[in-house]
Design a binder for this molecule. Structure first.
Ligand code: PFF
Length: 470
């Protein structure tokens, strides 16, 4: 059977934007920012999106389009080595960790959407009286499990439709709706009293705190940047593997990063004015922030139930357009490598996710392990090793693939890009991982840099292939 491809260029971009725009922009961003001191975090985050995110996205696209295979098959075919096939295999583990907690949070969102919509029809709003206690009651346990399974089922329904009739059609409808409704919500939020104070908190860049905090926020800011761009897990390799024609990959990567950042900013323009207009503390950290402070804020506003329904509806769509990219990854592996038909591949992958997600839904410490401890590290380390592959194994072929379909201006960036992804970014990402375990605080900045250089140099020597140009 011939492999499916995207029907249109816009379809691919919207599917990738759909993967990027999600709970990362709305649910994770406010609490991770608040926990890490606000503005310093924001600046480092934007820096990583631009400097690591865009070239990194191009890296995943180059490999996906070149190999026209899932991450495991792509790394095997392009390297011919078992070790690299195993690196591709890690992406399946990362997708497993991702979707297991993502589906639980997606379930919370669906629940709040359903409850808000039912309240619109005249019923009571269950989370209104005591949002904190209510969230505490429904976020883990059988309730959470049921909604996790519902969210997973919705995800599976889209992926079952295939690349064109499922993912492309779904995201082409979902993304414009998400954009339009977020603009409407932001406009509404702007009319609330106290909105200006919200903007001031959100948009004020404080360079002094940046100088003192830059290394302590590096790891969480990089983790958040990779998470929001869906980088380091192999989902973008998978999506690019369905590209039929040659098109400018750098232009697409830039467009995707820009649209994703725009949605992030828009979401902030909804969330922060609302909190400030009601004097709610935006710093109440933790994964419950969205469901406690924000849900609590809605119910105190005029027309709040309507706004809450729209808000949770938008977030549910954004979450779904991301979760389908996580499910598509193992599905593509099973279809390409084992030859399962799509229906069986979806059923098998969903069964595994149902169980691992159930563990996260029933046990808060498993959720924490997946959502807080593991995910950022997997994405950061995954991207670092993957970029070494692009620079030092794919080498010349990566340059050719970068240039294919790119305009003359973008094509001239190919060689500098290869140096950045092959040398600079792995060093940066390994250094980031070391600061994430507090090494810089213990042994100092320069010893940490030296260790990062040493690790990356050793890896360079280990992976260098004849096609390398570096
Ligand atoms: N980018 C998604 C979000 O911001 O919600 C999350 C995500 C999707 C991360 C796919 C990683 C991934 F491979």
């Amino acid at each position: 059977m011939t492999r499916e491809t995207w029907a249109t260029r816009v379809g691919f971009v919207l599917a990738a934007v759909g993967s990027a725009v999600g709970l990362g922009n709305v649910w994770r961003f406010p609490w991770v920012t608040a926990e890490n001191g606000g503005s310093a975090f924001l600046l480092v985050y934007l820096f990583v999106v631009l400097v690591v995110g865009v070239p990194g996205l191009v890296g995943e696209f180059v490999v996906g389009r070149r190999a026209k295979r899932n991450p495991v098959g792509a790394l095997r075919d392009l390297s011919g080595s078992r070790a690299w096939t195993a690196v591709g295999g890690v992406s399946v583990v990362t997708a497993l960790v991702l979707l297991s907690f993502y589906s639980v949070v997606g379930g919370w969102i669906i629940r709040y959407f359903v409850e808000s919509a039912l309240a619109l029809a005249g019923g009571p709003l269950p989370y209104a009286a005591n949002p904190g206690a209510y969230f505490g009651g429904v976020s883990t346990g059988v309730d959470a499990l049921a909604y996790h399974l519902l969210f997973l089922a919705l995800t599976g329904a889209v992926v079952l439709g295939g690349v064109r009739r499922g993912i492309e059609l779904g995201t082409t409808v979902m993304m414009p709706v998400v954009f339009a409704l977020l603009v409407a919500l932001a406009a509404w939020a702007a009319t609330q009293p106290g909105a200006t104070a919200g903007y001031a908190f959100y948009l004020s860049f404080d360079l002094a705190t940046l100088r003192t905090n830059v290394f302590s926020v590096l790891a969480p800011a990089a983790g958040q940047a990779l998470f929001t761009l869906s980088l380091g897990a192999g989902t973008m390799i998978t999506y690019a593997s369905y590209l039929g024609e040659d098109r400018s990959l750098p232009v697409d990567a830039g467009t995707i990063a820009l649209l994703n950042t725009l949605v992030g900013v828009l979401a902030g323009l909804v969330v922060f004015p609302l909190l400030f207009s009601l004097g709610v503390d935006p710093g109440s950290p933790g994964p419950g922030a969205l469901f406690v402070s924000i849900a609590g804020a809605f119910v105190r506003l005029p027309a709040g139930t309507l706004v809450a329904s729209v808000f949770f509806g938008v977030v549910a769509l954004a979450a779904l357009s991301s979760s389908i990219s996580m499910l598509e990854l193992p599905v593509a592996v099973l279809v390409d490598e084992i030859g399962l038909d799509r229906r069986r591949a979806v059923a098998l992958s969903m069964s595994v996710f149902a169980v691992t997600g159930a563990a996260a839904a029933l046990d808060a410490s498993v959720f924490e392990l997946f959502a807080v401890t593991l995910v950022d590290r997997l994405l950061t380390a995954g991207l670092a090793v993957f970029l070494l592959f692009v620079g030092w194994v794919l080498g010349r072929d990566a340059l050719a693939e970068f240039r294919a379909g790119a305009g003359p201006l973008a094509a001239r960036l190919a060689t500098p890009w290869l140096y950045v992804v092959g040398v600079v970014l792995p060093l940066f990402l390994v250094f980031t991982l070391l600061t994430g375990v507090g090494l810089d605080a213990r042994v100092g900045f320069w010893p940490t840099v030296t260790l990062a250089v040493g690790i990356v140099l050793a890896l360079f020597l280990a992976v260098r292939s004849p096609r390398s140009v570096l």
